[in-house]
Design a protein around this ligand. Sequence first.
Ligand code: ZN
Ligand code: ZN
Length: 155
Amino acid sequence: MSPTLEGGCACGALRYRFASGPMFVHCCHCRDCQRQTGSAFVLNALIETNRVEKLSGETKAIATPTDSGQPHHIHRCASCGTAIWSHYGGVLALSFVRVGTLDEPSALPPNVHIYTRSKLPWVALPPGVPAFDAYYDSKKLWPAASLERRKAIFG
Ligand SMILES: [Zn+2]
Ligand SMILES: [Zn+2]
């Protein structure tokens, strides 16, 4: 893993740094993520919000509808609109940080592929990485240390 996980938006106004590695990394192939990114999938690093240090810039939160009816707030650079991180279901203590905004996105490969039921047919998944039609049970998949961190957020 890269010693410092830093990243930022396209215009450079917004910069951030991780205080530690993430708990887990999702590659999500759901239709919402495809629409929001205009691409085949999204890469999200799940990390405590208080471990994402904002170095510069401001974000603007935009509430985006989801199937569950719970809000999905996407935080975008206030200047250029690059999506940087999200909070799902109003859980502000947990951030889903867009791995593609890291200076070295290769530092955080996905730990799981989810919602592969809508995966684009020409995307080939690597062997050895768990993949699920829809969501999955984090208790069965996450390392113990990450589950401890998760428990600190959700109780
Ligand atoms: Zn920007
Ligand atoms: Zn998704």
